[in-house]
Design a protein around this ligand. Structure first.
Ligand code: NAD
Length: 264
């Protein structure tokens, strides 16, 4: 007997997915996880060889046609248009968009004007404007899908912040805001829009931090007393894209080992 519970599928097999920032860290883990679950993945990032390496890994396991690579700078509007055109040209449609690419730069009240202005502009372009543009560009195809899914990767910096990261914190809070607005707007068109806020995760972005410093930070701030792994974030992203998550919309989900609910 099929009940309502079991008829809500927990499979993304055959779903067509774009992942930005997919050559490293959480994006790479997400691309792998979706492919492992039978999805068709567009691996997008900067750098031909970095993108091709992840495509080769996925195709090596799941065969030709399971993934394609598209080199695209998400800060460039034309590159985003080409990215979406390539995805639609190859897979004939789109079911899932994962807005994951991001940069973390210093933006401080004390730094020199040129470096502040340059870092501020880049961070806004890559971490915030690109998300909105890609959502707009993917909207028609996600609507055609009938059950479109968008997951935006923000950060706990949207909730609690660090000195010297003004632009990063502002963009991540902005991603929370645009998630809510697009969720309200696109819900009636069968598209859900949700947001994941990772805490400290072992990726390329945090690779420059000494192990000792990571351990100290985690012991002081994270109830689970460690950095997270990219796969632990990828699983939450996947969960939000399951057909069974059809009523989750506009959610802001921390994946942070409890960091943001801790009373210091
Ligand atoms: P990462 O550096 O390993 O991966 C980020 C990827 O984004 C890189 O491959 C990079 O090339 C790509 N990217 C950067 N600028 C780009 C551009 N202009 N166009 C296309 N791609 C670009 O870092 P990560 O930690 O996996 O980052 C993924 C997301 O998670 C980011 O949005 C980041 O802000 C967010 N995040 C990271 C942490 C953490 O602790 N690592 C915590 C919270 C949120």
């Amino acid at each position: 007997m099929t009940s309502r519970l079991t008829s809500l599928s927990r499979s993304v097999a055959g779903k067509r997915v774009i992942v930005t920032g997919a050559a490293s860290g959480m994006g790479r883990a997400t691309a792998h996880l979706f492919a492992d679950e039978g999805a068709l993945v567009v691996v997008s990032d900067l750098g031909e060889s970095r993108v091709q390496a992840v495509v080769d890994e996925i195709v090596g396991v799941h065969g030709p046609g399971s993934a394609i690579g598209v080199v695209a700078d998400v800060g460039n509007h034309d590159a985003l248009k080409s990215l979406v055109a390539s995805a639609l040209g190859t897979f004939g449609g789109l079911d899932v968009l994962i807005n994951n690419a991001g940069v973390s730069t210093i933006t401080s009240a004390f730094q020199d004007e040129d470096s502040f202005e340059s870092n501020w502009a880049t961070t806004l372009d890559v971490n915030l404007t690109a998300h909105a543009r890609l959502i707009r560009l993917c909207r028609p195809a996600l609507q055609d899908s009938g059950a479109g899914r968008i997951v935006n990767i923000a950060s706990t910096e949207a909730i609690v912040t660090t000195a010297g990261l003004a632009a990063y914190a502002a963009t991540k809070a902005g991603v929370v805001g645009l998630t809510k607005s697009f969720a309200v707007e696109l819900g009636r068109h069968g598209i859900t829009v949700n947001c994941v806020c990772p805490g400290p995760i072992n990726t390329g972005m945090t690779a420059g931090i000494e192990d000792d410093a990571k351990t100290k930070y985690a012991h002081r701030h994270v109830p689970l007393r460690r950095y997270g792994d990219p796969e632990e974030v990828a699983h939450m992203t996947l969960s939000l894209c399951l057909p069974a998550s059809s009523f989750v919309n506009g959610a802001i989900v921390p994946v942070d080992g409890g960091m943001t609910i801790r009373h210091t």
